[in-house]
Design a protein around this ligand. Structure first.
Ligand code: AMP
Length: 412
């Protein structure tokens, strides 16, 4: 028997409504903020990612699913930012739209070691704003993330905020770190020893106990920021304060990818265990130019949908749909039940019936299993009197009502 690939997941029918709810809420909130959806392909030229994320990042070095075909090497996309910037340039959106606000929803692929909240195929809901360096856009993007979480019904998360500065400042930060970490090099884990030369910022978010101790003892604040980046960061903080978006400053937050500049942020939730990041993002002011477009400031973030669902807890998704389950007993009642079902559906009321000729008891059990909100029972008496019995599945109260009043009653 074939099994699913490790780190992938079948999203089963009973889970799908929770996914759809998250997607639906996201679409509504994004349009409220005037973001439009973009749907790039899931495979891209592998070079796109090494060029933008950086040759020495973990994602590129260890986690890419590569597909070789003749002379080409493709990658299943590990993230959405680089493909969207590629699409922005390739479709001349820089020339036709200039400033643009986009969102996306879809699967991403990383060959990580699977564990709770960490998959090899997972899903991002994210956005990218391209064409502005205005700190007010950083404020909009971070407050949008905050609004989305509130609308998903998630609370108890924290937003960590930092500024890496421009590329010059990042070099400065790199050398500050190199100086500070040099005397401790022998105590770092093997991976961090390699990162020391190739991607030293990544040492700051190593999970290894002894690396953490060393990093926590470092005190480097924001002195690497130039005057412009200091001012930009101050405006971002002020804007968030004005909107009462809660955040914590964290100078250790660096994000591992090369393309990040200036504002970076990460949103974590204590209920998620070791994989506690719900989402993350930041500015990438040099990426558009680096990938061949005209210089354009940009910022974005992505949430991991699987983690949003974990943080939200098990939601009785089917129940929240308000399903009405029609139970018709006997062939004549059945014929009537099918007509009624069609009327309910035409009226926009999610509904279903028993197609297995179950007894009343069996059909009630099926209604329960489907987490139906109401059962509508039609037996001989109801048929004769043009009535139905409407049963509220939450409190088991039932009443007999005229058939013609059913839709009105349910729409209450
Ligand atoms: P990143 O691009 O790594 O910052 O990812 C953004 C968000 O996607 C993270 O904060 C997680 O919520 C989610 N995420 C990243 N990698 C995985 C993974 N392997 N499995 C599940 N979710 C992930």
């Amino acid at each position: 028997m074939f099994k699913r690939v490790p780190g992938t997941k079948d999203i089963l029918p009973e889970e799908v409504s929770a996914w759809q709810e998250i997607e639906h809420t996201s679409r509504n909130v994004f349009s409220l903020y005037n973001y439009r959806q973009i749907r790039p392909p899931v495979i891209e030229d592998a070079g796109l990612f090494s060029r933008s994320l950086g040759e020495f990042t973990e994602v590129v070095q260890k986690q890419m699913f590569l597909i070789k075909r003749e002379d080409e090497t493709y990658a299943l996309r590990p993230e959405g930012t680089a493909p969207i910037v590629r699409a922005y340039i390739e479709n001349n959106l820089d020339k036709t739209a200039g400033f643009i606000k986009l969102y996306y929803i879809g699967p991403m692929f990383r060959a990580e070691r699977p564990q709770k909240g960490r998959l090899r195929q997972f899903h991002h809901i994210g956005c990218e704003v391209i064409g502005s360096v205005d700190p007010d856009i950083d404020v909009e993007v971070i407050s949008l993330a905050h609004t989305l979480l509130t609308c998903y019904g998630i609370s108890g998360y924290s937003i960590k905020l930092n500024s890496l500065g421009c590329s010059h400042d990042k070099k400065e930060l790199t050398s500050v770190l190199r100086k500070a970490l040099q005397p401790k090099l022998a105590e770092l884990c093997d991976e961090c020893k390699a990162r020391f030369d190739k991607n030293i910022l990544r040492v700051l978010d190593c999970k290894n106990e002894s690396c953490r101790k060393i990093v926590n003892a470092l005190d480097f604040g924001h002195q690497h920021l130039c005057a412009d980046c200091q001012a930009h960061f101050a405006k971002v903080r002020q804007g968030l304060d004005n909107l009462k978006v809660p955040y914590e400053l964290n100078p250790h937050l660096v994000r591992g990818l090369d393309y990040y500049t200036r504002t970076v942020f990460e949103i974590s939730h204590p209920g998620l265990g070791s994989q506690d990041a719900l989402g993350a993002g930041g500015r990438y002011d040099n990426l558009v130019e680096e990938l061949g477009g005209s210089p354009a400031g940009a910022i974005g973030f992505a949430f991991g949908v699987e983690r949003l669902l974990l943080a939200r807890g098990e939601v009785a998704a089917a129940g929240s749909l308000g399903l009405v389950y029609v139970i018709a007993l006997g062939p004549q009642a059945k014929e009537y039940g099918i007509k009624l079902l069609a009327q309910l559906r035409t009226a926009g009321i999610p509904s279903d019936t028993d197609y297995e000729n179950k007894s009343l008891k069996g059909a009630m059990r099926a209604a329960n299993d489907l987490a139906a909100r109401y059962a509508v029972i039609i037996g001989d008496d109801e048929l004769k009197n043009n009535t139905v019995t409407l049963k509220d599945m939450r409190d088991s109260q039932q009443k007999v009502i005229k058939s013609e009043d059913l839709i009105k009653e349910l729409k209450k």
